[in-house]
Design a protein around this ligand. Structure first.
Ligand code: ZN
Length: 457
């Protein structure tokens, strides 16, 4: 039996890259029509007030959920609750830090089983390309991963080794033959400092991972993509000086995309206090001049996506070594705050919301080859989110919904906050629905779907 219609009306609805007044008509979890805001539709109607905008559910193609195996770091339930509260209705999980890593079809099945009962938003999966499975990526591709992730430098966990330069070329050839894509953590190990203690000052850590390490690895990715015709993607670009090479490769027709992350666009090295290892990530957050150049890459369209690289761990690991930047676990937890953080910075630079929204929606959807995500259009899943443009949002790590209450965004004062989110036409999050202890109340059971790159429609 068909479900009752739901209509969400907003004076500013983000459709085809621009805001316009529209009523989004939803039935059976799908957008069935988008009509003028004054058209009469008999249905239960939600009115989005004029101080907010109606957006497609956001897409985050770079999330480390870590379950199973390191579920004390993060898990599908907590990560997808944080996603829903951040307006993210589709995320793609990274293949490492969970155990087993997603490097075989069997490991993907184990991961899917862990996610099945506890995902509040839709979840897809990246596979991993490691020395051990090169030449045998086919079954994992057939099992539905959206592409393959590799590292060119040590990943931080022994069970996910990095590829050498010849292996990078082999992996590119293989994914090209499969019609898949290779997404690359691009740092050159030959240009990175040694592992081990570096002290509590941020400068020594920053110096240990210089821009040249990114530039060298990115050049290798571009070269391999050019030679093989593979679709390649640069993960978490930090070094803005690599943007000209990326821009030139794209102009030459290399099938290349690039993402950066909210922390690189909003935080600068100069403000990171001694011992504040919650700011440690690889590649590192760089200086303010570099941040300005990354913003130029956003504005000129070189950067395709802004994704969280949400990569949490336990507080003990994040603080191991007493705040020594060489010893602490690298990874920033920010799945819930991405749009708020980037919008706060964008508006201070006079950049309109319309300019950054594609980087949170169609951009990451295209990076992962996700169909029907990040758009409001007839036939697409009814994933919607309401963003209060001026709502104050003071970040308190203990109130964010990811598992371990530590984040580089703690105490930041942001403007703009997600108010409510629908997944497949059902409300899943409402910021005003406070439960006990100020925690948001989520409606209903987890109804996120597990996405497969092999299923169409
Ligand atoms: Zn990552």
């Amino acid at each position: 039996m068909a479900e009752r219609l739901l209509v969400v009306r907003a004076g500013r609805t983000f459709i085809d890259g621009a805001f316009r007044p529209a009523a989004v008509v939803v039935q059976d979890g799908l957008v069935v029509d988008v009509v003028g805001v004054r058209d009469r539709v008999i249905a239960s109607t939600v009115l989005v007030p004029d101080d907010a905008v109606l957006l497609p559910g956001l897409v985050d193609s770079h999330v480390h959920v870590n379950e199973p195996g390191r579920t004390e770091w993060e898990g599908f339930r907590s990560a997808t609750l944080a996603a829903a509260a951040g307006g993210v209705t589709t995320l793609v999980d990274m293949p490492l830090n969970s155990l087993p890593p997603t490097t075989t079809a069997e490991a993907l099945e184990i991961k899917r089983a862990a996610a099945a009962a506890s995902a509040y938003v839709d979840v897809g999966f990246w596979g991993g390309a490691v020395p051990e499975n090169l030449g045998a990526l086919g079954p994992l591709n057939d099992a539905g991963v959206f592409g393959f992730k590799c590292f060119l430098s040590p990943s931080g966990v022994d069970e996910f080794p990095h590829l050498s330069r010849p292996q990078l070329l082999d992996a590119m050839q293989e994914v090209a033959a499969l019609g898949s894509r290779l997404i690359v953590h691009a740092e050159d190990p030959a240009l990175l400092g040694d592992d081990g203690a570096l002290g509590r000052g941020y400068d020594a850590f920053l110096a240990s991972r210089p821009p040249a390490s990114e530039a060298s690895a990115i050049d290798a990715v571009i070269d391999a993509a050019r030679r093989t015709g593979a679709r390649a993607h640069i993960l978490h670009l930090s070094d803005a000086h690599s943007l000209p090479a990326i821009r030139a490769a794209k102009a030459d027709g290399v099938a290349l995309t690039v993402e950066t992350c909210p922390h690189y666009l909003t935080i600068v090295a100069e403000e990171i206090p001694d011992g504040a290892s919650e700011f440690k990530c690889c590649p590192p957050i760089r200086e303010s001049g570099n941040r300005d150049l990354l913003w130029a890459g956003i504005v000129d369209g070189t950067i395709d996506a802004v994704v969280s690289d949400h990569s949490p761990s336990t507080i003990d690991l994040k603080r191991s070594g007493g705040g020594d930047f060489g010893l602490a676990w690298g990874g920033i937890a920010g799945l819930q705050v991405g749009l708020s953080a980037v919008w706060t910075e964008a508006r201070s630079r006079g950049i309109p919301l319309e300019r950054i929204l594609p980087l949170f929606t169609t951009g990451p959807a295209s990076v992962a080859g996700l169909r029907g995500a990040g758009v409001i259009e007839p036939g697409a899943p009814a994933h919607l989110t309401v963003f209060g443009l001026d709502d104050p949002f003071v970040i308190d790590a203990s109130k964010l919904l990811h598992k371990n209450p530590i984040t580089a965004y703690d105490h930041r004062v942001l403007s703009g906050r997600i108010r409510r989110t629908w997944l497949h036409g059902r409300p899943i999050y409402d910021v005003t629905d406070g439960g006990p202890g100020d925690a948001p109340r989520f409606r209903g059971k987890p109804r996120g779907r597990l996405l497969s790159a092999r299923v169409t429609g």
